[in-house]
Ligand binder design. Sequence first.
Ligand SMILES: C[S@@+](CC[C@H](N)C(=O)[O-])C[C@H]1O[C@@H](n2cnc3c(N)ncnc32)[C@H](O)[C@@H]1O
Length: 439
Amino acid sequence: MEPDSEKPGAVVAVVTELRFTQRYKDYLEKQQLLDRRYRVEKMPDGTVALPVRGETPLEQHLWALKNHVAPGSPCKLMQLLRPAPSKKAQCCSPAQRLCLEVSRWLEGRGVQWSAELEADLPRSWQRHGNLLLLSEDCFQAKQWKNLEPELWEIVASALGAQRLARRGRVSPDGTRTPAVTLLLGAHGWVEHVDNGIRYRFDVTRCMFSFGNITEKLRVASLPCAGEVLVDLYAGIGYFALPFLVHAGAAFVHACEWNPHAVEALRANLEINGVADRCQIHFGDNRKLKLSNIADRVNLGLIPSSEEGWLVACRVLRQDAGGILHIHQNVESFPGKNLQPSGSSDMEEEQWPYLQQIITNQGKNGTGRDSRRKMLAGATKPEWQRWAESAETRIAALLQQIHGKPWKTQILHIHPVKSYAPHVDHIVLDLECRPCPLIG
Ligand SMILES: C[S@@+](CC[C@H](N)C(=O)[O-])C[C@H]1O[C@@H](n2cnc3c(N)ncnc32)[C@H](O)[C@@H]1O
């Protein structure tokens, strides 16, 4: 029998009768052969299996057990296909368990374990049900190549998954398609339930950001009863669904040009029972034929949704206007003019305390300066500066498109997540109303 497990995830065990277990255990421990990552298991026929480190030749030890340790004891080797982890192994972190399992498996195949290989193991991953999405910077060393596909089975089993994929860079072509490769498993479809909403998508073809959960929760709580929403960058329905399911939007026009995201969006509208209140506009939203219909427009594209601002202004209702939710990545510079002081490296958890809603400044006769003062305590100055320049641009676009002046107002600047060091993904809620005609 091959000393190491032939099946990925299996371990070799020495089997004897229950009454000899303690003597066997003492001997195997002394010889550093007992594999403490797994439990000593009682077999259905009453015998006991002691997992051993399979990389050492065991013949002479079997002979010693039978003849010296417990003379006359029955002694054989077997494979435990699904070894139960010991209490000790359960306590170690998934990354440590991965390192242990992969190193043991490699050594069993005669591959020398090294610091270089250890450093090349994944340190972070996203769990999507039974599929693990590994970060892009792992398994880069040449040595791994000849070990596929069993390597993926070992990794998946060590991390308690059945399917495995590895992330590449999100493509910069606008579809935000992640270059994800499926390493193990037949398909990349997964399902998430967030705030009571089911999202299905193929991780190899559509992006999913766990970091956007705060924004999904926020839009779910917006008072949108009876409103018509245009979602210019609908993806798989990240925002369209909470607007429909929780915020009470009457109807959503969902624009999306990635056919895989459209497939998932269609499925998600169905499984959440809101397909009859949404029209999908497949294609480039800049060619959207709609105008003058929206109470609200969602522009959920980062790093910037600026290319959609013209369409957003055009679809707003001419008589009543509406609200734009404009996403943007904004860079800020640490140590320079930050408020509140010392918050340059704000952690995501701190953000809720920094939010502030600025309401109706214009109506009370207060202008941009006092609004700036109010916003200054709540946001980074770079966010405010960007929001004000966006407001100015949008006001000009609205006037140009609709042929009359509009009043715009920053309602809220909402931090969604830290995108990169000193780059924050934020959302500007901008209220846009046509000015009443005088006389
Ligand atoms: C960031 S993703 C999904 C966004 C989702 N709102 C979120 O933040 O999780 C943006 C989506 O917009 C789509 N998209 C980008 N530019 C587009 C365009 N000009 N027309 C239609 N869809 C577009 C991409 O295919 C992608 O699915």
